[in-house]
Design a protein around this ligand. Structure first.
Ligand SMILES: [Zn+2]
Length: 113
């Protein structure tokens, strides 16, 4: 259910930006979702429709871009792309890694009228 909270804060950010820009209507929202975030696109779409009702973002189209997971190895310092189910360093084989990208969900940009 964490999509509900994250979608709400995403809409808050969008509406704040739209207000600052003096926009009447939000046309499009470009959203980045990290591969490792666990957020389900369908759920974000579903909550968006529900939560944006009655706001200037009501008719906005939601464009979701997937962000690839990346990690850094604590043992040897290598940086690499994460593959699902393979969370070991491709250089030294250590699993002492830190995820550096791909866990986030953020608003990249919005287009307003
Ligand atoms: Zn390593």
């Amino acid at each position: 259910m964490h999509e509900l909270a994250i979608t709400q804060s995403m809409i808050d950010i969008v509406l704040e930006q739209a207000e600052k820009a003096g926009a009447q209507k939000v046309e499009r929202i470009n959203l980045a979702i990290g591969e490792m975030s666990g957020f389900v696109e369908e759920a974000v779409h579903f909550y968006f429709e529900f939560l944006a009702k009655g706001t200037p973002a009501e008719e906005a189209s939601l464009c979701i871009n997937q962000v690839t997971g990346r990690a850094r190895c604590h043992a040897c310092g290598a940086e690499f792309s994460l593959k699902e189910l393979d969370w070991t360093c491709p250089v030294c084989g250590s699993n002492n890694i830190e995820i550096t990208a791909g866990r986030e969900l953020f608003v990249e940009s919005i287009e307003v009228e």
